[in-house]
Design a protein around this ligand. Structure first.
Ligand code: SF4
Length: 350
């Protein structure tokens, strides 16, 4: 029978293919500070070490995580400053995050909420959840709810269904978006019961966290199909990560494969300044150059927005390459994808 245990402690990783003694030493050190968790499904997709395998590097701890830089922060995107009640982050007028679980099916080594998630972190208590729902009920500007965590899909289908019932009953809430790593990291959790819970009259979007084509196994493809059948609109969100997907070919393969499976690439995040993650970050100008290299090479359907979450809670902004420049006489200079510049006339002011 297939193994079901999630690997959490250094001892769980002993005698595993591709896990070498230096990894075991790193796992022992890192596990004292951050949550570690790798599902059997993820382990089955690993074909090498964190130094050369794009899936291993996302999940197997490395000693570099112990290096914390001064610019890194436990709350890198400033959620706390926008949290009026526990579990809610209200940064933009028409939408809120509802953080319903602080645990995940797996623990990604570059996680931006790594100081807040983990097995010891509590899920919202019933009274806290009710207070969060009341906050949403009382603000008719809130159009969209983003269920996040942790990972909302670690909840039982029954619990998730009750939360969706409550949200769908709020007239001004029109869209529910679920951010999850579960479809690619633990596809067995996407059961018929869970799909039934997700099947709603109101629009349910799912933004699936995925960073490399090696994560798309036959089981994952079957899950995408099941979620489509349940009426979910599927989007992807990826993080641009050094040594994992920081080259044109890897990004092209990922985005094209997703689109062919009816998953729209939505965001490519520049990695946040989370503690101990500097080995994953590349300079913004390199990210922009990668996005420029994809322009025209893959269709607009395949291209996500390259996004930066401004530290301090100032929100997300697109930081993709700029193709247009206004000159002093009002004429524009537009660059094409080959780097050639063309003039574009100014607006007619009459
Ligand atoms: S699934 Fe999301 S919240 Fe959980 S560890 Fe990975 S990045 Fe962090």
């Amino acid at each position: 029978m297939a193994e079901k245990t999630v690997l959490k402690s250094p001892a769980d990783f002993e005698n595993r293919p591709h896990v070498v003694p230096s990894d075991l030493a790193a796992i022992a050190l890192v596990a004292k500070r951050y949550a570690v968790g790798v599902t059997p499904h993820v382990m089955s997709t690993i074909q090498g070490s964190p130094q050369d395998d794009p899936v291993a590097r996302q999940y197997i701890p490395q000693k570099e995580e112990l290096l914390v830089l001064p610019e890194e922060s436990p709350d890198p995107i400033g959620d706390d400053a926008h949290s009026p009640v526990k579990g809610i982050v209200h940064r933009y007028p028409d939408r809120v995050l509802l953080k319903i679980a602080n645990v995940c099916a797996v623990y990604c080594r570059y996680c931006f909420r790594r100081e807040m998630v983990g097995p010891g972190s509590a899920t919202l208590k019933p009274a806290e959840l009710e207070a969060a729902l009341n906050y949403i009920r009382n603000d008719s500007n809130i159009f969209e709810i983003i269920l996040t965590g942790g990972d909302p899909l670690v909840l039982s289908p029954k619990k998730l269904s009750k939360i969706l019932d409550d949200l769908c009953a709020i007239p001004h809430v029109q869209v529910i978006r679920i951010h999850s790593r579960v479809p690619v990291a633990d596809p067995a959790r996407i059961t018929t019961e869970l799909c039934a819970a997700l099947d709603r009259e109101k629009a349910v979007y799912m933004a699936i966290h995925i960073n490399h084509t090696n994560e798309i196994t036959p089981d994952v493809k079957a899950v995408f199909k099941a979620l489509h059948k349940a009426g979910c609109v599927l989007l992807s969100q990826s993080v641009l990560l050094k040594g994992i997907n920081d080259n044109t070919q890897a990004l092209e393969n990922l985005f094209r494969t997703l689109v062919s499976l009816r998953v729209k690439p939505y965001y490519l995040h520049h990695p946040d300044l989370a503690p101990g993650t500097s080995h994953f970050r590349l300079p913004v100008h390199e990210g922009q150059a990668l996005m420029a290299s994809l322009q025209g090479r893959i269709s607009g359907l395949c291209l996500p927005h390259y996004m930066l979450d401004i530290p301090g809670g100032h929100g997300k902004v697109p930081i993709g390459p700029s193709w247009l420049e206004e000159t002093q006489n009002g004429t524009y200079l537009v660059k094409d994808r080959h780097g050639h510049t063309h003039a574009y006339p100014p607006e007619n002011k009459e």
